[in-house]
Ligand binder design. Sequence first.
Ligand SMILES: [Zn+2]
Length: 454
Amino acid sequence: MAIQLYDSLERKLKPLAPSHADGVIRFYNCGPTVYAPAHIGNFRTFVINDVLRRLLELEFGAGKVKHVRNLTDVDDRTISQAQREKHPLGEITKKWTAKFHADCDALNCLRPHVEPTATGHIPEQVSMIECLMEKGNAYRAADGSVYFKIDSFPGYGALSRIKERELKVTNTVADADHKDSVSDFALWKAYKPEEDGDVKWPGTAGASEGRPGWHIECSAMIKKHLGETIDLHTGGVDLLFPHHENEIAQSQCCNGTTFARHWYHSEHLLVEGTTMSKSKGNYYTLSDLVEKGYSPMAVRYALLMGHPRKQLNFMLDSLHAAESALANLRAYRASLAPVTTAHDAFAPVFAALEDDLNTPGALGALFTIINRKEGPADAAAFDRVMFALGLDLNQAAPPKAETPKEITALAEKRWAAKQAKDFAAADALRKELSAAGWSMLDRKDGYSLEPLKK
Ligand SMILES: [Zn+2]
């Protein structure tokens, strides 16, 4: 048994193994920015990383994995949210950190072993910036900010394969005047009273008072909590450039050694076939889905239904499928005798997970085994599978919402009108349904009804 994971840097599947003498896998996952509730696209990444963490624990031993995930509690977004709400930054970030933790708990994600905050690591970030200035990889700009000099690191772009020309286009920003090159990125941002309010820290040797740039926090916290070289660095694909590229540049230039031996990126989430946005009405937080009557465990299950390295099209319909899959798993678990056998009937499930974290393959293999209904039933082996997938079958299934008879009748009428291609009538009936507080989702072979969010 060995876990093979695609490495985004080397562009190939590679076995995952510890590199330090103590045998501990050093695992870092970029965490949330705590200024608003995380949406289900964010949670896709955190759930995938949770399965990865669980698999690593099963493979190498629970004490042989050190998982660190940060909280970004100072950046442009957190500061402007604090100003909008007219509350101190620390109050805002504390509130949203608590919400993030509650959502993670509901989704049965294990807490990381260390959860460092950016504001709790200012001296570590300052000392890394000083290190980069001493080595000639960073410079102070006229306004007192400090920038990383991309030209000083020949390896820049290896992860994203971004070419220099594209880089310059990507990084055209307002404060370009202060930089030597438009592609250079901020390590430290000089204090701007009109934007930053009271958020500032004393400057470094070369910089004015201000605050750290976003990228430096991960490099500094990784160095402190995991060391100069880590075994696995993960995040959503949206972080690959520029965030992870910049982390590599900062860490490798300061530490003079390999930063991360393995990079794993999970893909984007689409909702109902399109990118999530508030204006399209397909933007969901976990609370939105719970309000609609779905269980967090069904959300977790649905997030595992697609391969982590492929875009996942999240549909409310898949939550129905997830609820019934969970009901089947509960019934199966109840039928198992508490015996342990030498033969692990669920080996194919683990084989799928070990093969690039193929979660849909694992779920498929699981149901093939369950439906075959053969061999000695082994509760311990089954529980191990549930642990790996993080499916907590004791979490209560949601009560079934009753659909009123008149709503079902309207829906039936609308479906018939649509089948008869009377689109005007179908449209009118849809409006009637939504005025009554229900939305109708059409599939090829039928429809489902959802109470509209209040
Ligand atoms: Zn990061």
